[in-house]
Design a protein around this ligand. Sequence first.
Ligand code: SAM
Length: 283
Amino acid sequence: MAGSENLRVDNDGLVTPEVGGWAETKYRLLALYSELFSTGMKNKWDQRVYIDLYAGAGYSRVQETSRFLKGSPVIALTVTHLFDKYIFCEEDKDLLDALEARAGRIAPQANVAYVAGNCDAEIERIYKEIPKASSTNRVLSLCLVDPFDFGLKFETMRRLSTVFIDFVVLLAIGMDANRNYEHYVEGNSTKIDEALGNTEWRERWKVVGLRRSDFRPFLADEFCRSMESLGYLKKPLHRMKLVRSVEKNLPLYYLALFSRSETAFKFWDDVLKYSTDQKNLWD
Ligand SMILES: C[S@@+](CC[C@H](N)C(=O)[O-])C[C@H]1O[C@@H](n2cnc3c(N)ncnc32)[C@H](O)[C@@H]1O
């Protein structure tokens, strides 16, 4: 299993966004899962595709430190058995340029498509990059959805879900749901409607009449319900990893897997188990 030393990289002088200390937990889980997925699915599918909708620059620096870490696309480019195709979408041109330079240096043999722009607006371009499946070319994709907040759009997931695809999603609702509660629940914001792909959640929230502090798990549960409507297996909250801030131990986000296959959850459970075993080192 990949250890923390596998995430460390040297400063290469290219653009590198800052991340909080908690990001290391995310990267470690992603590294473990990408490794298990790419190796475990190698002989079961003709092509494995890795899609990163919010790709970033490929490297990150932990704020107030000189620790440079692999970001999610570079983690996926450094697995033991490369994916057959990579699709990276990023709306910030400077970050995408830096990613392209890094990917070309780190994995020149990888087949990579770069999609510049907003992943929701560019969903058809992303979709077209996924190799066409047939009875003699079975294609399985793994898609990482890693926005800064709860700004993902369920319609984008719905479009991608028409192929064989698993999702690893960062439900960044810890701070967002708490800070913007009034805005989301009582205001005119459609952000949560768009993330969940429905407006019925509002009625359900009223009915359950839970405390404000329950809004975060409620949203996570609602997101699972939306994914279930696309045929994804029902998975309870404890199958998600709740990541907390390093300094104040506040809940930041859930990291969740969505798959239609139990095999993927076997890998996921190994990752969760490993992360629990490593709790003292990680949290
Ligand atoms: C939380 S960072 C994720 C970075 C990367 N996944 C990682 O962990 O190394 C989110 C990235 O998504 C980009 N972004 C934000 N909204 C986007 C959108 N709608 N479509 C594509 N990229 C977006 C931001 O510029 C930022 O680089």
